[in-house]
Design a protein around this ligand. Structure first.
Ligand code: SF4
Length: 478
């Protein structure tokens, strides 16, 4: 998927003005956000679990090469093949060549954000393979020709009517829009045939267990289980950070992932895959391949200040908690990963130059940090990226704007460092502002000042300080 991060402002404005999408985004709060809060309060040792989850991820990321080696060895011992791809292009090429070599016609896909990084379905369709998404949300957005809107709910922005029209334009009956069950049954009917004729599947990986060489998928629709058992070739694609050391660690991670993502105690399906089928097994794929992708993750690993973002387990809780995401929606972020975590990962992977708006798209309220099951300090990293942005500005207009901003803050700092200076500054500002309708005037200020002033009010500064007024009122009272 080509990054369109540069369009953040226009896309955000478009979403804010779209009443239907705003209504759909409400469900992110009432559904997922509230679900997580309830699930956390029903789990007695929730904070302990979060601390344990963070410790597991910190340890694994610090020893990533060791656990990746252990995992690859185990997969190969069980008859699977592991391919390390440095970037999306290499991963895509491996999968496409494999499909060509095995005379594949139909490929089914189960939900995977890593495959979105490589625009896999689109590219495989262009290469002549029939490639169909089987997760309901992904299927809907594939029909719409769009990209996912949310990490766990790719079509959350679509209304029931939109979905009905995408599945079958004759499906709505006058004003009556089919309910969710009817829509699901229609999609199920359409997908059954595809499952039956597919000879290759590509799935994501929620966790990869180093000690056993297992991959683990968490789904609610059963498409993951069908994808891993029906076609004769199964390819699992994962980012290199998806490793956990042991089955015991997996149990902790599953508990915090599922509760944080959907508010469930356990999802409908948790599927573990250990290599291709053995001679005494009747079901399962004949071939099992795991593609482990870097695609910029090593850059994050090398950066001590941003490395923590590799702890992300893609639960989506930070999106649901974020007041900015809930207004601007997923497409404004312009690449695969939206929301607060996307605002960190996207600039590093796709390049900070065109993505400077993303780290700025946060009120730094800390709701994402509070919601994150592995306690990732997202606000700290956003500030770090803002700092990097300010340091590396190349556009002369932006440089001037930063220069003006710095000068204003410097003056402010000097004024705030002494009581007398502060009082004099406030008095001068009052005398300067009083003759004008300052609010109206300042709103018409030219760039770069308008970047700050267009959406802010400037009420008249008080002529006398609070301290002065209190002192004199006290005197009067005596
Ligand atoms: S940063 Fe935390 S809350 Fe956000 S998706 Fe990742 S694990 Fe979930």
């Amino acid at each position: 998927m080509k990054p369109l991060t540069i369009n953040f402002r226009s896309k955000a404005a478009q979403t804010i003005g779209d009443e239907q999408v705003q209504n759909s985004l409400e469900h992110v709060y009432t559904g997922f956000y509230q679900g997580r809060i309830n699930a956390a309060s029903d789990t007695p040792n929730w904070e302990e679990l979060r601390t344990k989850g963070k410790a597991i991820k910190d340890h694994t990321i610090a020893h990533l090469d060791h656990y990746l080696d252990m995992f690859s060895e185990k997969v190969e011992q069980s008859g699977g093949t592991v391919f390390f791809a440095d970037n999306a292009e290499e991963a895509r090429q491996y999968i496409t060549e494999l499909a060509k070599d095995r005379d594949i016609e139909t490929v089914i896909k189960s939900k995977s954000m890593v495959s979105e990084e490589m625009s896999l379905a689109e590219n495989m369709n262009d290469s002549g393979f029939e490639t169909i998404e089987t997760d309901l949300g992904e299927y809907i957005i594939q029909l719409a020709g769009e990209t996912p809107y949310h990490l766990i709910a790719p079509a959350v922005h679509k209304s029931r009517k939109d979905v009905a029209e995408l599945l079958d334009e004759d499906f709505t009956d006058g004003d009556r829009v089919p309910d969710a069950t009817e829509l699901t049954m229609l999609a199920r009917e359409q997908l059954r045939d595809v499952f039956a004729r597919a000879d290759m599947s590509v799935t994501g990986v929620n966790f990869a267990v180093a000690e056993s060489g297992s991959i683990v998928l968490v789904t609610n629709e059963g498409n993951g289980r069908m994808s891993t058992s029906v076609p004769r070739i199964h390819v699992a694609v994962m980012g290199m950070e998806k490793i956990v050391p042991s089955i015991q660690d997996l149990s902790t991670m599953l508990r915090i992932l599922i509760r944080s993502a959907t508010g469930q105690r356990i999802s409908t399906y948790v599927t573990m895959v250990n290599g291709p089928k053995t001679p005494d097994e009747e079901e399962g794929p004949e071939e099992f391949h795991v593609v482990i992708m870097n695609n910029g993750r090593l850059k994050l690993l090398k950066d001590p200040l941003l490395r923590e973002s590799l702890n992300c387990i893609r639960c989506g809780a930070c999106l649901n908690a974020c007041p900015v995401y809930r207004k601007v929606g997923g497409h404004a972020y312009g690449w695969v990963y939206p929301g607060p975590i996307g605002a960190i990962v996207t600039p590093v992977i796709t390049g900070l130059k065109d993505a400077t708006n993303l780290p700025a798209a946060s009120s730094l309220c800390g709701a994402c940090h509070e919601a994150c099951p592995v306690k990732i300090n997202i606000p700290r990293m956003l500030l770090e990226l803002r700092h990097k942005t300010a340091e590396g500005l190349s556009d002369p207009d932006e440089r001037t704007s930063k220069f003006v901003e710095r000068a204003i803050w410097k003056t402010w700092r000097i004024g705030m460092m002494g009581r007398g200076r502060f009082d004099w500054g406030a008095r001068l500002a009052y005398l300067f502002m009083r003759p004008f309708s300052i609010n109206g005037w300042i709103k018409k200020a030219p760039p770069p000042i308008s970047g700050w002033t267009v959406s802010r009010d400037f009420p008249l500064i008080a002529g006398k300080s609070l301290k002065y007024r209190l002192k004199h009122r006290h005197k009067k009272e005596i």
